[in-house]
Ligand binder design. Structure first.
Ligand SMILES: Nc1ncnc2c1ncn2[C@@H]1O[C@H](COP(=O)(O)OP(=O)(O)OP(=O)(O)O)[C@@H](O)[C@H]1O
Length: 258
């Protein structure tokens, strides 16, 4: 897949967060979703973010992707500090350097599957590469739905279109929030293998939240959040090790290790 995509100069550390705190709400009702969290993702790596419900996983992804602004601290995406960028500049940066697989799928309802997957090319002012688009659609198992509209697909199928689009577009960084949450085990395995190959074959950098130790085992590194802080890291994880670590974390308070 890689050879057909336009190559751009890539960052060596495309995602960087420095002492990021995110507080929602005010005074008595304030929630500290991220607490002075620092993290750097090297190019061409796959990182899974895990932790209990409410530990800050989605907030971390949103802040790292420039979809939400931290209360304090700084975020650098593809070598651009996000602080001080206008909303228009942020939109262009996200469009040119990042791709998103979020639970709100953001598929264009009037475009069919093929057109949705080719959309990053159109937004970048290029003609979609039909081979790359079709290959991505085949790899998420939707070749027989290529001309269907999103409304004619199940939720899990729509999610797979979003994944095909993110991979086919060749974005430098792919942010995925529970990308396999709505999928059966076999389809999830297929999608995770596709994400893994996007890292190994095209050098994409992936940051993915998940509750599933099997999904996390496809990553190079797992970051465990507790109360908005990084409580632990694991490299070259196996599903069993991840599951054991989650049980261990649930049994103790956050260490505050960062
Ligand atoms: N817009 C918001 N306004 C107020 N509080 C919020 C908002 N978004 C998130 N929070 C709070 O911030 C904390 C972290 O939420 P976040 O969605 O990042 O957690 P999560 O780890 O992704 O959870 P889950 O696994 O349940 O999806 C939670 O306590 C949540 O209630």
């Amino acid at each position: 897949m890689s050879s057909r995509f336009p190559t751009r100069p890539r960052s060596r550390t495309p995602v960087q967060l420095h002492q990021v705190t995110k507080v929602y709400g005010r005074s008595g009702r304030a929630v500290r979703a991220l607490d002075e969290l620092s993290l750097a993702l090297p190019a061409g790596t796959f990182t899974a973010v895990m932790g209990p419900s409410g530990s800050g996983k989605s907030t971390l992804l949103h802040c790292a992707a420039g979809l939400d602004a931290p209360t304090s601290g700084s975020v650098v995406l593809a070598d651009r500090p996000l602080d001080g960028l206008t909303e228009d500049q942020l939109t262009v940066l996200r469009r040119e350097r990042a791709a998103f697989v979020f639970q709100s799928f953001n598929l264009m309802p009037t475009l069919n599957v093929t057109q949705n997957v080719g959309l990053p090319y159109v937004l970048a002012g290029r003609r979609p590469d039909p081979h790359a688009v079709m290959e991505a659609i085949e790899r998420v198992g939707l070749a027989d739905r290529a001309h269907h509209l999103p409304a004619e697909l199940s939720g899990g199928q729509q999610q797979r279109v979003a994944i095909a689009r993110a991979v086919a577009g060749g974005a430098e960084v792919l942010f995925a929030d529970e990308p396999t949450g709505a999928l059966d085990t076999a389809t999830a395995g297929r999608i995770l293998a596709l994400l893994r190959s996007a890292v190994d074959e095209t050098g994409q950098t992936i940051m993915m939240t998940t509750h599933d130790p099997v999904a996390a085992s496809f990553a190079d590194t797992v970051v465990f959040l507790v109360d908005g802080r990084i409580a632990d890291h694991m490299t070259r994880p196996t599903a069993t090790q991840v599951a054991d670590r989650l049980v261990g974390l649930a049994a103790r308070p956050a260490t505050g290790a960062r």
